[in-house]
Design a protein around this ligand. Structure first.
Ligand code: BGC
Length: 417
């Protein structure tokens, strides 16, 4: 590791020399990585920067999906006191760029050749008007199921490949006296499940509904079917699901209280933190009907338009650290995500991580890689929030049936645009 940090220090020093920047100040970082697995991954970044003599001022704002963090950010920027770097997703990055609030990472990106190694699907969010404004850390995806291996074995041992097999497994787990689905009733978690249900209706359908926002798709039969399935899933939650944090739902699977969780691959970070091993203690599969396709989100650090050379130098150093191949591997192995670069070897990743990297490459080549609606990569925040409202209302039994929910979704999305 010494050599790795040493090389990077030299690169940063060279960059600062060529750009004439001052030495780097501490970085103040706003993020929502507060669970055990997330904090472990964040420590990889903190340690990396510390090795370069860059201090870390932590601004954690708990809340999966980052809604609370974005509210805190707005307050900071309004007060004229933007943090150095902010964890951000998809369209939010573009919205801040459109407001002229973000800085510019073009020098670092050019010096390190980011254009060639960061895939277009991520660049679409890391660049605005052709300028680099954010440094992508990873690629997560939402269409996963995390199954307790012992609960699966007790229920017949076959991982489900179709919706019917999934329902059969859930029934068997219920009969075995455990909670079949560990879920936290928060809007973003409800929406995370719904990404998979919509994708399972077909890749063309996902695109039409969630990317193109086609009213016929949003309000049509396939959407009604996705909602009907969501309502069916609700019957496998426990009584205390309302408001539960996602990592506590992961813990239910980890300790055998529940059979499975539908969640993005940050959940794997919790299993690993608890000492569990894929294939032995838990199983990762793509949501039935979504094999071959991926709904992704990418955590990026958006760099705000800070004043002062020392702060700008800190942003450049942080961006360099984040995009280095060694960091990309070390961080994402712990976080549960795939690297943001296409040239990082999968050697150090576990079987689920290797699958994540392979699935991503295949989906990208097959044109079946789509931004996650739940995590801000399919549509801007106003539309995303409109979908949250309808999805959560559906989970809470507020619609007579799937068709009524689909009709409400079409109306809500139309009103939000
Ligand atoms: C982020 C992940 C994070 C998860 C839960 C997602 O929106 O992309 O990095 O672990 O929320 O907090």
């Amino acid at each position: 590791m010494r050599g790795f940090f040493g090389r990077k220090m030299t690169m940063v020093a060279a960059l600062l020399a060529t750009t004439g920047m001052a030495s780097a100040e501490d970085v103040e970082v706003l993020h929502w990585w507060t669970s055990g697995g997330e904090a472990a991954a964040l420590n990889v970044l903190k340690d990396d920067l510390a090795a370069q003599g860059i201090g870390w001022v932590d601004m954690p704002v708990a809340g999966g999906g980052g809604e609370a963090a974005m509210t805190a950010l707005r307050a900071r920027v309004t007060a004229g006191d933007a943090p150095t770097a902010v964890q951000m997703l998809g369209f939010d990055i573009q919205d801040w760029a459109a407001e002229g609030a973000l800085g510019n990472l073009n020098d670092v990106a050019a010096a390190e050749g980011w254009d060639a190694v960061i895939p277009a699907a991520l660049q679409r969010f890391s660049k605005y008007d052709g300028n680099w404004i954010a440094a992508p850390v990873n690629v997560h995806s939402t269409n996963w199921i995390w199954i307790s291996k012992s609960a699966l074995d007790a229920a017949g041992g076959k991982a489900p490949e179709t919706w019917d097999e999934l329902v059969t497994l859930l029934d068997a787990m219920k009969a075995n006296g455990i909670t079949p689905i560990a879920h936290g009733g928060q809007a973003w978690q409800d929406a995370t499940i719904f990404d998979s249900l919509v994708l399972a209706e077909g890749t063309d359908f996902y695109k039409a509904a969630f990317v193109d926002l086609d009213p016929a798709a949003l309000g049509g039969e396939k959407m009604a079917d996705a909602f009907t399935k969501l309502m069916k899933m609700r019957t496998y939650f426990d009584d205390n699901f309302s408001g539960r944090d996602w990592n506590l739902a992961s813990a239910m699977v980890i300790n055998g209280e529940a059979g499975m969780q539908f969640m993005g691959d940050w959940a794997k970070g919790e299993f690993l933190k608890a000492g569990q091993v894929p294939g032995t203690d838990f199983v990762c599969i793509r949501f039935p009907g979504t094999q071959g396709a991926v709904t992704f989100n990418s955590d990026q650090f958006a760099m705000f338009n800070v004043q002062g050379d020392g702060k700008k130098a800190a942003q450049a150093a942080m961006a360099t650290a984040i995009e280095s191949p060694g960091f990309q591997s070390a961080f994402n192995v712990v976080k549960g995500s795939a690297p943001a670069r296409t040239d990082v070897p999968d050697t150090d990743f576990d079987d689920c991580g290797k699958k994540a990297i392979k699935d991503l490459a295949e989906a990208s080549a097959a044109d079946t890689l789509f931004g996650s609606m739940a995590h801000g990569h399919a549509a801007p925040a106003a539309v995303k929030n409109a979908t949250y409202d309808v999805i959560t209302a559906a989970v809470n039994g507020e619609y007579a049936d799937g068709a009524a929910a689909a009709a409400a979704l079409a109306d809500a999305v139309a009103a939000a645009q």
